[in-house]
Design a protein around this ligand. Structure first.
Ligand SMILES: [Zn+2]
Length: 315
């Protein structure tokens, strides 16, 4: 196992979850960590404490007005941050800021060469828009770290790969006209599932045309259909030769998720992770960040994300 792999975990990340029976509840972090602790390989991995984001880091992707609105709603502690999916709770601003800060810190340490790869279970909040919350996502850590890689580190090709059941619309529309963001997303078709976007003819606009790959799956699709789609993603990545891979490995694409209708087995997540780790080793000097994303069945979260971590560390 590479010693240069870490997991970011701790109570500050566990606090990003919505109360009162919400599907994105407060047990997701601890369920995953239970699996880590029970696995003789995973329980040797170094855990890194969550890090709080500064406002200027949030502002790399989000508008100041939106950030201040979340801060206010967090103090009030009730109501919704969007039209009805993403509730405000006391401390939601800090919890969401720990998600982003942890991802930003991981990228800084990866880019400095201190570590090679990182997994953050509570992150990958891919629906968050630049100026609004959406679909359980307050601040979009993916959007922030992509901006960080472009603005701070001057990268010219950042790959975003998303196998969550839902389309990563916050990332897609956040960078729709930016050719430096090589976007690929396999998701259940928007005909059947939130957020309703991600049609295969959405390939980027203006000079970014062709830098985005959206692959729509049908309800009930399993590992067989996934592997066909996955070959297209791998070819797309080989063609684009990214300098960094950001992997959103939402576990809601597994069979038995209460919100989505795909039927992958945990093998898909392990396989995708291993293939992306190989690609990162080939093109990116090993540099890769994986973020947990969605997943509303705790047993699926354990299996999918444990598979991802094994894929990242196995030789
Ligand atoms: Zn999802």
């Amino acid at each position: 196992m590479s010693k240069k792999f870490e997991i970011y975990a701790g109570k500050e990340l566990a606090a990003y979850g919505f109360p009162e029976g919400h599907p994105f509840g407060l047990s997701r972090h601890d369920a995953f960590m239970e699996e880590v602790n029970a696995d003789p390989v995973l329980n040797k991995i170094t855990l890194h404490k969550p890090v709080l984001a500064e406002k200027n880091q949030l502002m790399m992707f989000h508008t100041e007005n939106y950030i201040e609105m979340v801060q206010l709603k967090s103090k009030q502690g009730f109501g919704y941050l969007d039209t009805g999916d993403t509730p405000a709770f006391p401390g939601v601003f800090e919890a969401a800021s720990y998600v982003v800060g942890s991802a930003v810190d991981a990228v800084n340490r990866i880019m400095s060469g201190e570590i090679l790869k990182v997994f953050i279970p509570i992150a990958g909040l891919h629906h968050g828009r630049r100026d609004r919350a959406s679909g359980f996502c307050v601040f979009n850590d993916c959007g922030v770290v992509i901006e960080q890689l472009l603005q701070v580190y001057g990268l010219q090709k950042v790959a975003y790969v998303d196998i969550d059941a839902h389309h990563g619309d916050g990332v897609f529309y956040g960078f729709e006209s930016d050719p430096r963001v090589v976007f690929s997303d396999i998701h259940e078709s928007g005909q059947y599932l939130f957020p309703g976007t991600g049609s295969s003819d959405e390939t980027g606009i203006n000079e970014a045309k062709g830098s985005k790959l959206n692959i729509e799956m049908n309800p009930g699709d399993s590992d067989v259909e996934f592997l066909v789609a996955w070959q297209s993603v791998l070819e797309f990545l080989h063609k684009n030769k990214p300098e960094f891979i950001l992997f959103q490995c939402g576990a809601d694409s597994l069979a038995g998720d209460p919100l989505a209708h795909l039927k992958y087995s945990p093998d898909t997540h392990a396989r995708a992770s291993k293939d992306l780790a190989d690609l990162a080793n080939k093109y990116c000097g090993g540099k890769m960040l994986a973020v947990g994303g969605g997943g509303y069945n705790l047993s699926n979260i354990k299996q999918a994300w444990a598979g991802v971590v094994h894929g990242l560390i196995d030789k």
